[in-house]
Design a protein around this ligand. Structure first.
Ligand SMILES: Cc1cc2nc3c(=O)[nH]c(=O)nc-3n(C[C@H](O)[C@H](O)[C@H](O)COP(=O)(O)OP(=O)(O)OC[C@H]3O[C@@H](n4cnc5c(N)ncnc54)[C@H](O)[C@@H]3O)c2cc1C
Length: 345
């Protein structure tokens, strides 16, 4: 596609000159619950989709912060584990074979004003061309806080997520952290792993009281006021060194789970050239349109008068955004999608 010299109405928006590769119909920035549902919906509407997320797994806040908690307010599920909800959303999205780019942050955007094609740029230098984009970026790019002791370890065995606990069956596992995620992981893993050891650098936990009580009554070995100071093993983790005051302890360890929390950063969302208000939200209209033509927002990052930040609300917003994007891409399309129960899935 050719260069354009149009003056751009949005001063923060770069104008792109060249589009050579595949052009997606819809790019979804953020593979949390809302982005995953948006991916399903875009596929259901027959559109090609790419989902980009800074995390190495899908699921956003649910996968990162509370995969082992039960959620009670998602329509149709009296209760469901966070991990299971994400697995269901992922499977639903996969039905239409979207492209997933995980471990990639979208850090910039340009637009070709002749074709109205947006080009998203990622931190690794990738360029993704799209006719429309849905920003479902939640509270910004999520990155796990690194485990300092793992700095010099390049072998296999360090985990920041456990999407599938059965992969840790009969293994020696060490969990590091003192929050809800660390304790929830321990309580879940004690059912499948050979051994579970929790290492926390304080003696107090930042977790639900009932979970802490359950932890101390369980088979999990809890080592407090201690830090994992070294990961030992060559290609694959074999042992960890734990320092507790003057004492150095070793534990067999096939997998170490760093549950130290996440850093959230909206800087890259701001770099997309969309108006961001209150330093973290994108104002949308009833079509979930942002101030930039062809760019929609849904989920925690989207705001309007009366907004309620819930997964259930985000699902509706994603469906509204995608259906409106479909009409924008092709004005001959209907806004109403028809019923999935009419054998269309
Ligand atoms: C402890 C806890 C418990 C909760 N319990 C409930 C509950 O019971 N019920 C309920 O309805 N809600 C609950 N919530 C809120 C719910 O998790 C959020 O409303 C929901 O996750 C929002 O989904 P989302 O897809 O909009 O954003 P997120 O889940 O935040 O996902 C956004 C994703 O976008 C990615 N991203 C952001 N910017 C970029 C970028 N520039 N490039 C690439 N990727 C990017 C992030 O890495 C992230 O993975 C809870 C939240 C917390 C923290």
């Amino acid at each position: 596609m050719t260069a354009t010299t149009h003056d751009n109405e949005n001063p923060a928006e770069e104008v792109t000159s060249e589009i050579t590769d595949e052009v997606y119909d819809i790019a979804i920035i953020g593979g949390g619950p809302v982005g995953l549902y948006g991916a399903y919906y875009a596929g259901f509407r027959g559109k090609s989709v790419v989902v980009i997320d800074s995390l190495s797994v899908v699921g956003g806040q649910v996968a990162a912060l509370y995969p082992e908690k039960k959620i009670y307010d998602v329509a149709g599920f009296p209760q469901i584990l966070g991990r299971e909800l994400i697995e269901g959303l992922h499977q639903q999205a996969l039905k239409y074979n979207p492209t997933f780019l995980l471990g990639e942050s979208v850090t910039g955007r340009s637009v070709n004003l002749d074709s109205n094609i947006h080009t998203l740029k990622t931190a690794s230098g990738r360029k993704i061309h799209t006719r429309a984009a849905l920003i479902s970026g939640g509270v910004g790019t999520f990155t796990p806080k690194p485990l300092p002791a793992a700095r010099n370890f390049s072998g296999e065995g360090l985990l920041y997520f456990i999407p599938n606990p059965t992969e840790l069956q009969d293994l020696d596992v060490v969990v590091v952290g003192g929050g809800d995620s660390a304790i929830d992981y321990c309580l879940m893993l004690k059912e499948v792993a050979k051994s579970v050891t929790l290492v926390h650098r304080r003696s107090e936990f930042r977790a639900h009281e009932a979970s802490v009580k359950e932890l101390f009554e369980s088979s999990v070995e809890v080592i407090t006021d201690a830090e994992v100071t070294s990961l030992l093993g060559d290609d694959r983790l074999e042992k960890v060194e734990i320092t507790k005051g003057d004492e150095v302890i070793y534990r067999n360890c096939d997998r170490i789970v760093a549950a130290l929390g996440f850093n959230a950063n909206v800087a890259s969302i701001k770099a997309l050239g969309i108006d961001v208000i209150e330093n973290r939200h994108i104002l949308v209209n009833t079509k979930m349109e942002t101030n930039v033509d062809g760019i929609y927002a849904a989920g925690d990052i989207a705001t309007y008068d009366g907004k309620v930040k819930l997964i259930a609300v985000g699902f509706g917003e994603a469906a509204t955004a995608i259906n409106n994007a479909v009409v924008r891409i092709d004005p001959k399309e209907h806004l109403a999608p028809g019923h999935s129960s009419d054998n269309k899935g």
